[in-house]
Design a protein around this ligand. Structure first.
Ligand code: CA
Length: 235
């Protein structure tokens, strides 16, 4: 079944170019130019993902995002025009899943939408398994903050100097604190798209990440080893 998207964008030319590309990629897209129509649409049928413009004739995308977050856990991608909006979009306040800065290419938007759907589908499956606490939203961590758009993880003193693989490893743990991931699971999630790496061992990378946590003034036992089971992140 094709994924169903809600596009909230008041500029017709932008909407048309997005509709064309998204539909040609097989998505079912419902388009609205007003915030109130988009909210009414979601009440009728919850889409698989919402693409939200910020500046709208009858309000803004931030309020729409908050309303959607309150009532539904659907993934949200923002179409933003200004740099100063990006922090709000990705921060704890709104917690959007991604953003695309204007001007953008419709192909880029399409690629982001696919990536977010892939990512959140995995999360939704994991969240429905009995060993994970309810709620699709990753809880805010006390010491670490995930910035997916920039592929960074922040400690109390700023971004941690992680390599690409270290980032991916810690991000997997951070999305579901306390959940124990087996080495095989971590292998498939972290290393799947990086076949070029020479050193593939999970243990070696956990050791490297712990070293960087320590250097950033964080407790190294934030990542816990579970004998014969795997690793988890302390909340
Ligand atoms: Ca607009």
């Amino acid at each position: 079944m094709p994924a169903r998207l809600l596009l909230l964008e008041d500029e017709q030319a932008i909407a048309d170019s997005l509709l064309y590309v998204l539909r040609s990629e097989g998505f079912e897209v419902v388009h609205h130019r007003l915030a109130r129509d988009a909210l009414a649409e979601v009440e009728r049928q919850v889409p698989d993902l919402a693409l939200l413009d910020v500046g709208l004739p009858d309000g803004n995308g931030f309020d729409v995002c908050r309303a959607l977050r309150r009532s539904h856990g659907l993934p949200i991608v923002f179409l933003t025009a200004r740099d100063d909006e990006i922090d709000r979009v990705l921060g704890l306040e709104l917690g959007a899943d991604d953003y695309v800065g204007k001007p953008f290419s419709p192909r880029e938007v399409c690629a982001r939408v696919k990536a977010v759907l892939r990512r959140t589908a995995t999360g939704a499956r994991a969240a429905s398994s009995p060993d994970v606490a309810a709620g699709a939203q990753a809880p805010a961590h006390r010491l670490l903050r995930l910035d997916e758009a920039h592929q960074r993880i922040h400690g109390p003193q700023g971004p941690l100097p992680l390599t690409r693989l270290e980032y991916r490893l810690l991000a997997v743990l951070l999305r579901q604190p306390q959940r124990i991931f087996s080495r095989a699971e971590l292998m498939s999630r972290v290393w799947a798209e990086a076949p070029d790496t020479a050193d593939r061992t999970v243990d070696a990378h956990v050791k490297l990440v712990r070293g960087k946590l320590r250097e950033a003034g964080l407790p190294a036992d934030l990542i816990q080893t579970h004998r014969h089971m795997g690793y988890s992140l302390q909340p």
